[in-house]
Design a protein around this ligand. Sequence first.
Ligand SMILES: [Mg+2]
Length: 111
Amino acid sequence: MSEITLKECQQLVDGWVNTIGVRYFSELTNTAVLMEEVGEVARIMARIYGDQSFKKTDEQYDLADEFADVFFVLVCLANQTGVDLAEAFQRNMAKKTGRDKERHANNPKLR
Ligand SMILES: [Mg+2]
């Protein structure tokens, strides 16, 4: 499972949604769900690395599982909008590399 490709993730999610999930939620609903899931990650991060503290009822958390929730909904949206995530990610990394090749190296705040 750890060797799964982004294309396989998109196919796996599509198969799951169209069987167990019945159909995709609308794009707008999934956008809202994505924000909810990002909020769940933020809540944990604020308590682990930030100044917030856990309530007794929140002490059982699974950051990796929340990252996976975010990724699942993102994959749903990619499938619904016709985005090939592997291709998009490679193109995005090339863009970042070209743009930031010297920018971060020359940033004194990063030293
Ligand atoms: Mg979640």
